[in-house]
Design a protein around this ligand. Sequence first.
Ligand code: GCU
Length: 784
Amino acid sequence: MWNIIRTFYERSVFRTSERAGGSLSEGPSLDLSGKRTTFSRRPVFRILLLTCTLLASLQLRAEDGYRLWLRYDRIDDPSLLAQYSSAITAMIFPTPSPTLLVARNELLDDLGSMLNKKLPIRTSLADNCLLAGTPMTSPVIAQLLSSKYPGLSGDGYVLHTQQTEGKHLIIIAARSNIGVLYGVFAFLRLLQTHQSIQDLSLSSSSLIQRRILDHWDNLTRTVERGYAGASIWNWHLLPGYIDQRYIDYARANASIGINGTVVTNVNANSLVLTPLYLQKVRALADVFRPYGIRVYLTAKFSAPVDIGGLKTADPLDPAVQKWWKDKCDEIYSLIPDFGGFLVKANSEGQPGPQTYGRTHTDGANMFADALAPHGGIVMWRAFVYDARPQTGHADADAHKTAAIDSDTHEIAAPDRFKQAYAEFTPFDGKFRSNVLIQVKNGPIDFQPREPFSPLFGSMPKTPLMMEFQLTQEYLGQGTHLVYEAPLFKEVLDADTYANGKGSTVAKIIDAAASGAPLTGMAGVSNIGNERNWTSHPFGQANWYAFGRLAWDHTLSSRQIADEWIRQTFSNQATVVSALEKMMMASREAVVNYMTPLGLHHIMGFSHHYGPGPWLDNASRADWNPVYYHRADAYGIGFDRTATGSNALAQYQPQVRQQWLDSNTCDEKFLLWFHHISWSHKMKDGKTFWEELCNRYQSGVDTVKWMQQQWQSLTGLIDKERFTQVSMLLDIQEKEAEWWRNACLLYFQTFSRMPIPPGVGHADQTLEYYKSLHFPYAPGSGGSL
Ligand code: GCU
């Protein structure tokens, strides 16, 4: 009920009255968060407004997180408010396109809210005027861009102050309409984070062209690896019913530069390509278009058979090729700016070209040819770990390997680490120019820490796009506070040495450095229909950080955290400093209490929740934690040097050198590459076993410290989010201890060494931890 009143109030009264172009007369009032704003004097609106205000005042200052980082509350520093107010007294903003209209309304609404005044719209220059637009809409902007920012390209924007005809102007300019919208959000960010707007002369352009959220959302509205409720796409009510969330989603994405969304799961359902669903997809695309967001779909390889009545999906069969061409023509007749397809093929039971004895290039190029006439692209995933050809239709069981022998612990399966490289590098340069190979950041699967995927730097003739995971499948799922920007940055800044020193992963995937004609970065979404979008309030920071880094990977994690905190919580120095410290420590904490020193993939089976290092009976060997940690009486870790799987050989010699010797290998990657003895001497002189125990404890300690930091903010954070995060941190603390206890008890059965002093002791037996089961753990999405 409250939400209905609030939504109605916000949309019908506050926003609509302003969007009408400011023709209504104004008077002062209070909005829901207590800030002063304006309202209409039309009687019907006024009565409604007063009723709503009365009701809403009962929950003043409530923060349910729905507004994300787009809160735009009144500037609470009086002198800054006065400064901003005197610098912005009017606006010139012609709106000959839907995108410019959206941009202007955003600026009007948010400035109105932050400055507590309604800005008049003018058609001629005035002093202290904000001028926004493109060279097409303003000669002043045309002159500015050609004289001072000739290099500005694409959807980049400029924020600039200057005197023109004796008048002080703040200019938001771009060459494209969507660039203006990005500029508007960048300008609003300056105000929301309390920056100076006095002498502006900045320009920003994205280094990556396709900045995309991948939703692993099923048509049933379950979300694979989703921990924030159901899918936000209400397929049943589409296309007739447009949820306000779709608009707010587009707005939030545009505010951080995200320009694409794959709305369906990589474990795809062919039904989305039927006319019934394409109408629904079209409705979403229509909503997103003004915000510069293109829609993409996942294409199931077997769709010609599933829904097309063909007997085969063989990519070299002319009837199959024609089917996809016709399908693309149909899609583009509905959605002229459709982005293209994301395809998971021949992986985890999905059908693909190998099902028909064909190759990844045969498959990807077939889609590419069908999409090319329309300007569409194919994002072909390199997350493959089953090379064996399948026959006929996809059969999840067809490629299962024997489990690990429980007596000998012999593992027959090849090293999954090596598979993507082995399958893709032979095809370097053989994909069409509208194909991007989408590569997960590491060789296995979004673990708390992985070395970068050896594919980066190994396919110089093929554009590779990055795939990060925002949803925290292996990072505490919906309950742990883990800020992922340090993880993203660690990978982006890793040196591949592909073109000599300094060939970072970021440079491999960005156009400026690599010269690639097509560039992209994808983040697997952590969004659901929970009121606050991501369930954990700090999950929003990962969505935010992904967008900001996809736009500009040179930003630092700290800088992004700082921005996000100021916009989402507060500009108060105490709050910013405490939250920033918590966020910056959180990723190392989760590595320590889950998988320190290079451990990986030791979580519970299938749902991936909680520790399960003892698991050894999954149907595929490489789904078993014991396959990855290989603990025995001697030691622990996966030997990936020449004496083991030799996966290290997939890296450039300089990288290999870094990790080759267990005595010099960066300890954070030690067990990724070495099977080392329990008494191995670590750099600090301790034995490996002691170090392992200490790391687990240090992870727990950091979570306890985070709890204290959070508690120190009592009274400085709104009650709703304060309570929410306090409870979540309590869960995180318990789960960190659970990880420490279960893992150390289990590994101790091999090391047979005592737990060192200072490390917490388990209050349960190993058998107890092994006996825990979580039949309805979230995130399975119904497709596992
Ligand atoms: C992981 C995840 C799956 C997902 C897969 C993928 O294995 O657990 O749910 O489908 O990655 O990226 O395709």
